[in-house]
Design a protein around this ligand. Structure first.
Ligand code: KG4
Ligand code: ZN
Length: 344
């Protein structure tokens, strides 16, 4: 059974083909147009999806080795995301489904990030916990079956990816800053600067305080207490401080984000007695998080799973695998299924 999947929720246009749960191709067209704007511009994203979608689907099909006539169902990202972007992928999938007279499968993007962990041969056992960390979401999800998930905890303000991107912006780095912080952090001392860990009850997260702490820390060029506005250094002194300490600043910020995430995940795993743990979403591409997550598993005797790099950030491979499990349950959508900015 072969599924063609489309992902277009944000700024990546992606198409993938899967055959009986095995991914045959996963092509991603990244939209470079946003870098100059310091963030994703929704209107530009929709236009770029319009330009990219046909060639990306074409290449994904060719790479899979399957002709379009061998496709049994079309899966697409229904929600959540930028509405204009979702509509491009949604309308494309619906048109193809009508033209080919094949079933349509509506996939939730956050559920798909979690199920990216079911792509490799070595899969977690149910129930497992997944820390889903992306540009728009930060969640701990309890996964009881491929299509049965419960949110255990989530962010009450910024997402982890947003925390990375906002910190990077304050450091004068281009969008998306997460991968750049990761890169510079590799040569830095994570214990050089101490940023606060928020005290949030339960399994929820908060990252807005960290952003404020970084703002004041940089405004004071690292000379005053990190989260108190005591004096403002000159622009020149601030730039010099960032230039000379970029690696240590990035390593310290990254290390704090990682401890915030993993402390909550390990608390949930302990309390719920779950030993199979996964991470997913764009931030799970972070090398520091991947390493710390694996070390935590070894230390506590938990089984840890991380999707392959290409299935961490937005991709249609994860939509295809989710589509596969929904197909098995005959969970098909009708043509009037709406694309939705929010959901899950
Ligand atoms: O899942 P994703 O591709 O898109 C959303 O659904 O949001 O996640 C994008 C987020 C961005 O905030 C980006 O900065 C972050 O993932 N990200 C990283 C890394 N690679 C991507 N953050 C930290 N380190 C990375 N290596
Ligand atoms: Zn995503």
């Amino acid at each position: 059974m072969n599924i063609l999947a489309i992902e277009s929720s944000c700024d990546e246009t992606s198409a993938a083909v899967c055959s009986n749960g095995a991914i045959l191709s996963n092509r991603i067209a990244t939209q470079a147009v946003h870098a100059a704007h310091g963030g994703v511009v929704p209107e530009l994203a929709s236009r770029a999806h319009m330009q990219n979608i046909v060639p990306v689907v074409d290449v994904a099909l060719k790479e899979s080795g399957l002709p379009l006539t061998d496709i049994d169902a079309i899966a697409f990202t229904q929600a959540p995301g930028l509405i204009g972007s979702l509509l491009v992928g949604g309308q494309f999938a619906k048109s193809l489904s009508v033209a080919m007279d094949k079933p349509l499968i509506a996939v939730n993007h956050m559920q798909a990030h979690v199920l990216a962990n079911l792509i490799p041969d070595q899969k977690p056992s149910f129930p497992f916990l997944c820390l889903t960390v992306s540009g728009g979401h930060t969640q701990i999800v309890k996964c009881l079956a491929p299509t049965r998930m419960e949110i255990v905890g989530e962010t009450i303000d910024d997402a982890a990816g947003e925390a990375f991107d906002k910190a990077a912006k304050l450091l004068g780095l281009p969008y998306p800053g997460g991968p750049l912080i990761d890169k510079y952090a590799k040569d830095g001392d994570p214990n050089r600067f101490r940023f606060p860990e928020p005290k949030i009850p339960g399994y929820n997260f908060s990252f807005s305080g960290l952003k404020t702490a970084i703002l004041y820390f940089l405004r004071n060029a690292g000379t005053a207490q990190v989260y108190k506005e005591e004096f403002a250094a000159t622009e020149e002194a601030r730039k010099k401080f960032i230039d000379e300490n970029l690696a240590d600043i990035c390593a310290s910020i990254q290390s704090r984000i990682i401890t915030i995430l993993l402390n909550k995940l390990s608390k949930a795993a302990r309390d719920l007695g779950i030993k199979d743990l996964c991470i997913a979403g764009g931030v799970s591409a972070n090398s520091g998080l991947r390493k710390a997550f694996k070390e935590m598993g070894i230390e506590k005797g938990w089984n840890t799973f991380i999707p392959d790099f290409q299935y961490c950030t937005d991709n249609a491979g994860m939509i295809a695998i989710t589509g596969y499990y929904k197909y098995l349950e005959k969970d098909f959508a009708t043509l009037d299924v709406p694309s939705m900015a929010r959901g899950f």
